[in-house]
Design a protein around this ligand. Structure first.
Ligand code: TLP
Length: 349
């Protein structure tokens, strides 16, 4: 049986042998007492890599973002975010459901940014009783629904200057911030500069089985720790998971360039196929989003027919598909995907 080439997400990655070994050998303690040495090591390492004072280990990227929003905002406060932000689209409305936080969306530009004028127009005058208090601006780097687009340090600095003028905080959903850093050739701490809080995931391109981190000032992380407790996200001998996270940070970052190269190869190949709408130059990291012309297959038909060839992609609606490269996907797997896609699209609707 040929292996399935699963490009639905980088969340499908399995832990490396080194991770499994580290998990087996991890030194453990009760993390709610602050006594798990492996969790403590991971948190220190994460804070150092992201250039923040402290970090907090949480079970998922969704919880990381929620903990941050709950720490920044009280009930009825407003958080400005992109209309394609993961926090807005794909987190089950958690910040509103749990925290009573009012999301105020502004359009995401195709490059993942929010226009500075749009952000400024969304900020509420603080002295008018009709309005919620604006507290927070949420950004996302890389931007999932904008095809893995990267935010530059220059853009971050501009949003920081705007936030300072209005005394607002910035949260960065950096689920894939290591992809951004590698694509830009900068340290993750530089990519995170200007953000008061950053969340990032170990369980996507970095291939750990479980876990995300929240990074910020010591005072921020102290309150975030309480919010994690409220959400039931405090874990006990979590070092068994943190051990894989340490391996992820120490040995899985540099190889992200391979994912980016494979994504580019995939995008260039797909763009040559009839019916595929895609500009490969827009692919900056490991996410390829493309559309199908109306006279070809629907996205769900393409997904189903590729599956018959052992290739999995995601139907993301509106005639669009998403393919994500990751650890375990090699250049010859991309060749196989392109052969399958060529056959399926040539066969037509
Ligand atoms: N994204 C998942 C799906 O939820 C769409 C994926 O397959 O890409 N922030 C960003 C930018 C994300 O892409 C994700 C996961 C999360 C947060 C949430 O992380 P988890 O899945 O760990 O809760």
């Amino acid at each position: 049986m040929e292996k399935t080439v699963d490009l639905r997400s980088d969340t499908v990655t399995l832990p490396s042998a080194a991770m499994r070994q580290a998990m087996f050998q991890a030194e453990l303690g009760d993390d709610v007492y602050g006594e798990d040495p492996t969790v403590n090591r991971l948190e220190a390492l994460a804070a150092e890599r992201l250039g923040k004072e402290e970090a907090l280990f949480v079970p998922s990227g969704t919880m990381a973002n929620l903990v941050c929003l709950l720490t920044h905002c009280g009930r009825g406060d407003e958080a400005i975010m992109g209309h394609l932000a993961h926090t807005f689209l794909f987190e089950a409305g958690g910040s509103a459901a749990v925290g009573g936080i009012h999301p105020h969306t502004v359009p995401n530009q195709p490059d993942g940014t929010l226009d500075l004028d749009d952000i400024e127009a969304a900020i509420r005058p603080p002295d008018n009783p009709h309005y919620p208090h604006t507290r927070l601006i949420c950004l996302e780097n890389t931007h999932n629904r904008c095809g893995g687009a990267v935010l530059t340090p220059d853009y971050m600095a501009q949003v920081r200057a705007l936030a300072n003028r209005y005394d607002l905080a910035i949260h960065l959903d950096g689920a894939r911030i290591f992809d951004a850093a590698v694509a830009l050739g900068i340290e993750p701490a530089v990519a995170a500069r200007g953000a008061d809080s950053v969340s990032f995931c170990l369980s996507k391109g970095l291939s750990a089985p479980v876990g995300s981190l929240v990074c910020g000032s010591a005072a921020f992380v102290q309150e975030a720790r309480r919010q994690r407790k409220i959400l039931g996200g405090s874990m006990r001998q979590a070092g068994v998971l943190a051990a894989a996270g340490i391996v992820a940070l120490e040995s899985m970052v540099d190889r992200l360039v391979d994912d980016h190269r494979n994504a580019r190869q995939l995008a260039e190949g797909l763009a040559r196929l009839p019916g595929v709408i895609l500009d490969p130059a827009t692919v900056q990291t490991n996410i390829v989003i493309f559309a199908l012309a109306p006279d070809t297959l629907s996205a769900s038909e393409l997904v189903a027919r590729l599956a018959a060839h052992g290739v999995k992609m995601g139907d993301i609606g509106g005639c669009r598909l998403r393919a994500v490269t990751h650890y375990g996907i090699e250049a010859d797997d991309i060749d196989r995907v392109l052969v399958a896609a060529t056959q399926v699209l040539a066969a037509g609707g």
